[in-house]
Design a protein around this ligand. Structure first.
Ligand code: IDP
Ligand code: MG
Length: 135
């Protein structure tokens, strides 16, 4: 048994395009639990803390602008193997390569707007939950 918590976020395009309900339904359908959920903006400080590992990359400024461009849904999701299970539901980072049936494969087209964020490890999840929901 590996009950984990992960941080997930429906990005501005996912909210703007009306996919909140379907994404939440997929999370619940697989058996994971939404422990916390909040609709709101991402501040510049939160964006920079969440994406610190990408600072200096060519897409960094665009990424910060994108994630702060409109409301998002911030979530703490928990359950058995929650980190890997959410990454599986999300699909590959580039929607053009994400398999049909995944969130990014079904609701996105390009890397610039890839619908959802999910922590890549238990350690990242702890850090990201702290950034968005406090300790
Ligand atoms: P992940 O979201 O699947 O963990 P990461 O490599 O951690 O992927 O990248 C974080 C986010 O940065 C991506 O979800 C995407 O929004 C953005 N991103 C990554 N690479 C590119 C790129 O080459 N062009 C534009 N945006 C990118
Ligand atoms: Mg990542």
């Amino acid at each position: 048994m590996a009950i984990e918590k992960t941080y997930n976020m429906i990005k501005p395009d996912g909210v703007r395009n009306g996919h909140i309900g379907e994404i939440i339904a997929r999370i619940e359908r697989v058996g994971l639990t939404i422990e916390r959920m909040e609709l709101g903006m991402v501040s510049a400080e939160e964006a920079k803390a969440n994406y610190a590992e990408h600072e200096g990359k060519s897409f960094y400024d665009g990424l910060i602008a994108y994630i702060t461009s409109g409301p998002v849904v911030k979530m703490v999701v928990s359950g058995e193997n929650a980190v890997a299970t959410m990454r599986k539901l999300m699909g590959a980072t580039n929607p053009a390569e994400a398999a049909p049936g995944t969130i990014r494969g079904d609701f996105g087209l390009t890397m610039d707007e890839n619908v959802i964020h999910g922590s890549d490890s238990v350690e990242s999840a702890e850090r990201e939950i702290g950034v968005f929901f406090g300790a």
